[in-house]
Design a protein around this ligand. Structure first.
Ligand SMILES: *Cc1c(COP(=O)(O)O)cnc(C)c1O
Length: 406
């Protein structure tokens, strides 16, 4: 049996879904039975060897796991300090880590007898992953997406449609991810008996942050083994970008009990002083504990608690809140959080492209930017493992216009 899902052994969340003072369940009454049903189904699934066997088989033969770890030799030499290794989630089917979670949750939906799936998407990456696994398992997939995002992310909208999903435009609020989540939740409340809500990051009401973490933790468990094989020891530092926080928690979780430093990198946008960013942990004046979309975590908000608009060059990091487990890891000082600006991420994307022949997603480039900042002043025997959460193909238009290439 696959050994990476071991929720019973993790100390968080508690029974009520709390990571310290973060997490929990802030939802309408009508959803409580559905969330309880999900908790029960999840525990049932992870104690069933047949569930693990099917998940492992599809990870291997469909997703393309294990994804490799690449030693970034030329990049490390150029920086002249720490050795940088990359966990290659860009090589997973559909080009990012999101498929890990989507596959796990879709198997859970089928097991629960739910044939209808709803999902939210911002940039369209989670929508594509949900549409993909729905096609694979014969589920009926409906993706809520803000109309502004639909206009910005045309290729992903077309992908979802080709994969047989229905894309439902959301016209409320700012017509972006936050509003799409609201609509997906509303749909779930209405159709809860037949419908599974396939949530895309380590966010939302309990048990989602736990389930998403567990399905993503395949990243860290593979990487831990691979680093031991390649270098004979564990890395000193693990670095990942943090939007909702699923790729980061998926990497960190396996190293939880090890002497390994964790660094999460948020979107610094145009800089913290500009107020146009999505760095929930960077400015205590606006990034404060609060409740958004079912969970208590750090939220970018006005003094009166109005959710602030965010900005990032990478759509996947552009969200006002962050997964509750990250708020907790920060509080207990197990993990540290910093940010990279749009400009730094763009520079990191170009550096990796030219030194290693890998074009990373703009999200992943934020994590890389921090590694590039730190490496030169670190001893040469320091090992940094960076999670390359996705590939850059989806970002080519954004990068081209930012660099004014034509
Ligand atoms: C969605 C996305 C992210 C951000 O989501 P997390 O839940 O924070 O991992 C990061 N990288 C890529 C490539 C994405 O598609």
């Amino acid at each position: 049996m696959d050994q990476y899902i071991k929720t019973g052994l993790a100390d968080v969340p508690d029974e009520r879904g709390y990571f310290g003072e973060f997490g929990g369940r802030f939802v309408p009454e009508t959803l409580v039975p559905a969330l309880d049903e999900l908790v029960a189904a999840y525990h049932d699934a992870i104690s069933d060897p047949a569930f693990h066997a099917e998940l492992a088989e599809l990870q291997r033969t469909y997703v393309g796991r294990p994804t490799p770890v690449t030693y970034a030799r030329r990049l490390s030499e150029q920086l002249g300090g720490a050795q940088i290794y990359l966990k290659r989630e860009d090589l997973a089917h559909t080009g990012a880590h999101k498929i890990n979670n989507a596959l796990g949750q879709a198997l859970l939906a089928r097991r629960m007898g739910k044939k209808r799936v709803v999902a939210e998407t911002g940039a369209g990456q989670h929508g594509v992953a949900s549409a993909t696994v729905s096609a694979l398992l014969g589920l009926d997939c409906h993706v809520y997406m803000g109309s502004v995002d639909i206009a910005r992310q045309e290729p992903n909208v077309f992908r979802m449609k080709l994969l047989g999903a229905e894309v439902i435009p959301v016209e409320s609020g700012t017509k972006t991810l936050k509003d799409a989540i609201n609509e997906a939740l509303r749909d779930w409340v209405t159709n809860v008996r037949t419908t599974f809500y396939l949530l895309g990051s380590a966010l939302g009401p309990h048990p989602y942050p736990m389930i998403v973490r567990d399905f993503q933790s395949v990243i860290g468990h593979e990487a831990r083994t691979q680093m031991l094989e390649m270098t004979g020891r564990l890395p000193d530092v693990c670095i990942a970008c943090v939007g909702g926080g699923s790729n980061a928690i998926g990497l960190f979780h396996a190293f939880r009990d090890d002497d390994v430093e964790f660094i999460g990198v948020e979107a610094g946008g145009y800089g913290i002083a500009s107020g146009q960013h999505a760095a929930r942990f960077a400015d205590p004046a606006i990034g404060r504990p609060g409740v958004l979309q079912g969970t208590r975590s750090y939220v970018l908000q006005s003094p009166h608690g109005q959710i602030l608009n965010t900005h990032s060059i990478s759509a996947g990091l552009d969200y006002a809140s962050v997964g509750p487990e990250h708020a907790y890891l920060r509080e207990i000082e197990r993990a540290f959080y910093t940010y990279a600006t749009d400009e730094e991420a763009l520079a990191a994307l170009q550096i990796l492209s030219r030194t290693e022949g890998i074009i990373p997603a703009l999200e992943s480039a934020h994590g890389l930017a921090e590694a590039i900042k730190r490496a030169p002043s670190m001893p040469r025997d320091t090992i940094m493992l960076v999670n390359l959460s996705g590939r850059g193909d989806k970002d080519l238009n954004t990068v081209m216009s930012a660099l004014e290439i034509d």
